[in-house]
Design a protein around this ligand. Structure first.
Ligand SMILES: Cc1cc2nc3c(=O)[nH]c(=O)nc-3n(C[C@H](O)[C@H](O)[C@H](O)COP(=O)(O)O)c2cc1C
Length: 549
């Protein structure tokens, strides 16, 4: 093995080591240290705060139009429109309460509701917002000012970052997840980045905008957004994940690379605010920073191609609901009615929606080629016999998956309309439950699925692709969450599954494909003991945009 393979080997070893097995889960603390539960909200103490408006009406776009290119005239960048973008992607969605306890939920889902993802905005030439860097604080629905750009810095960067410029960097606080999930936490942080990027991308479309992933070295993201010179409490640093430009959806040539020329200028800007401490004590999981280091992106990465239309026919969407209402009502189901039956057209349309198309969020964010196809456990779909199926998201996957999986699979096309193939017929409820760490939600649903990613050769040679695979999986999950809501059912992401048991069931003999995320969709059974409160009941409804020192 050459030296350049070492980071790839590290990523592969991490993956192997963090697999759950029926007889042995990935390493974690084993018990939950409730006294040290990380604060779910990062705040920058002493950073001037700009409260974002809470009384702005949601954009009126209907759900079906979310997936049509340029359906909306681009809104200007203002505090009010940026408020809508954040409220409909990373803001609070509700509070749940039982006597003596209350916890918030967000528009974007997160493994264990732990929310390791943080968002930092860069604005230049945006009306009513000083040029600078801001951290989004979902609890307060506010921007915390991390830096104000001096005029000389603005003059120096504008040749590279043309105003009006809005860029969003996402970062992960690994500790938030490892507190509960130990070594497997790095995977979940990456899933959550995918969910968050997709949530931003969908919300952007409501405003006539589009999120575009920008090729950037992680060190450059850290320098430009001030993460590299923030004094972090031990174990609570924010690791840069990605930067995306927000552009009008009508823009044909969005900036695909975060300009390295701007980084040196931005790196010299003074910062304000000190990060709060999230936990009093920490347990170290040193495999996580080592894997993060191995999977870092460095300069010189070329931007991935934009998605092309890989299929011309898009299945219809229910048009009646407002997109914002669907986004706001998204929740994870915790139990399903095992008798609920999903309509066949709805099922096929949901799958079809996961295929990237030109100008269609969230994959118009262009994070990279399609590397994931789906294995389905169909339980209760009218007109589709129960069984194990494959859904091929890219034509190139078909032969490769066929060759890699069990020779006993029939690969019978299930319908002429979408690339769905029956592998084995029969009741797969018990199997689905067993494979998903014995969680009943995988079998009492209408269908559940595993996301199979092209794996070993990609990760070995280009370790940062390891992160992108989880992002793609998270983005598929986010689509399925919304599609489920739009069609009267409900989804749940499943990060807990027995990796190699899934692979064995499929007959996979090597690591050319690996299952990276599971998902389930069904008719939810609500827990009547929980009280639901509105997302911002704790804040006054009409707040002028103001600044506190
Ligand atoms: C990456 C990921 C993995 C998850 N894994 C599971 C799981 O294995 N089992 C489960 O019941 N829920 C799982 N969830 C759902 C979360 O618990 C849920 O998103 C969180 O509690 C917040 O609730 P909400 O989605 O209703 O906002 C997962 C969610 C994500 C994003």
């Amino acid at each position: 093995m050459s030296d350049t393979d070492v980071p790839g080997r590290m990523a592969l070893d991490y993956h192997e080591r963090t697999k759950h097995h029926p007889h042995r889960y990935a390493r974690s603390a084993g018990t939950i240290d409730w006294d040290n539960q990380p604060d779910p909200f990062r705040t920058y103490i002493d950073a001037p705060t700009l409260s974002l408006p809470l009384d702005t009406p949601d954009p009126a776009l209907d759900y079906a139009s979310l997936y049509r290119s340029a359906a909306t005239t681009p809104a200007p960048f203002t505090p009010s429109t940026i408020s809508s973008l954040l409220a409909l992607s990373l803001g609070l969605s509700a509070w749940k309460a039982v006597p003596g306890q209350r916890w918030s939920l967000r528009i974007n889902p997160s493994s264990g509701n732990l929310h390791p993802t943080e968002a930092h905005l860069m604005t230049i030439g945006v009306s009513d917002l000083s040029d600078g860097i801001y951290h989004y604080h979902p609890l307060q629905h506010a921007l915390e000012t991390r830096a104000l750009f001096p005029p000389a810095a603005v003059r120096a960067v504008t040749p590279h970052l043309a105003p009006p410029c809005l860029a969003i960097a996402l970062s992960s606080i690994f500790w938030r997840e490892s507190w509960k999930y130990g070594e497997r936490a790095y995977r979940y942080c990456q899933h959550d980045i995918g969910h968050a990027l997709a949530a931003l991308s969908m919300a952007a479309r409501l405003l006539g905008w589009r999120m575009v992933y920008q090729a950037a070295a992680d060190a450059d993201i850290a320098a430009a957004f001030g993460l590299d010179r923030t004094l972090w409490p031990a174990q609570e640093a924010e690791e840069p994940a990605l930067v995306a430009a927000v552009v009008p959806a009508t823009e044909n040539h969005p900036p695909r690379v975060f300009p390295a020329a701007a980084v040196d200028i931005l790196a010299a800007v003074d910062l304000t605010g000190r990060p709060n401490r999230l936990s009093a004590r920490h347990q170290e999981w040193d495999i996580i920073p080592r894997t993060a280091a191995a999977c870092r992106q460095h300069r010189g990465i070329t931007p991935p191609p934009m998605p092309k239309d890989s299929r011309d026919k898009l299945q219809p969407s229910p048009a009646a609901a407002a997109a914002a209402a669907i986004i706001r009502q998204r929740r994870s189901a915790q139990a399903f009615d095992p008798d609920g039956q999903l309509d066949c057209d709805a099922f096929l349309a949901m799958l079809d929606r996961t295929i990237p198309r030109r100008d269609c969020p969230p994959f118009d964010a262009a994070i990279g080629p399609i590397r994931i196809s789906l294995v389905l456990y169909v339980h209760q779909v009218l007109g589709i016999p129960p069984g194990c199926y494959a859904f091929i998201r890219h034509p190139d996957h078909l032969e490769s998956l066929r060759a890699a999986t069990s020779p006993s699979f029939s690969w019978t096309p299930a319908t002429p309309d979408v690339p769905l193939y029956l592998l084995t017929p029969g009741d797969v409820r018990a199997e689905a439950i067993d494979l998903s760490c014995r969680q009943e939600i995988a079998g009492f649903s209408t269908f559940s699925l595993g996301m199979l990613a092209r794996f070993e050769s990609e990760v070995r040679h280009t370790p940062w692709i390891y992160r992108h695979l989880f992002w793609e999986a998270g983005m598929i999950g986010q689509i399925l969450y919304l599609e489920a809501e739009a069609r009267g059912v409900r989804g749940t992401g499943i990060g807990c599954y027995f990796d190699d048991a899934v692979h064995a069931q499929l007959g996979l003999q090597d690591r050319s494909w690996q299952s990276l995320y599971h998902f389930t969709v069904g008719f939810p059974v609500e827990d009547q003991r929980l009280q639901t409160l509105p997302p911002y009941f704790h804040l006054p409804p009409e707040r002028p945009l103001h600044s506190q020192g």
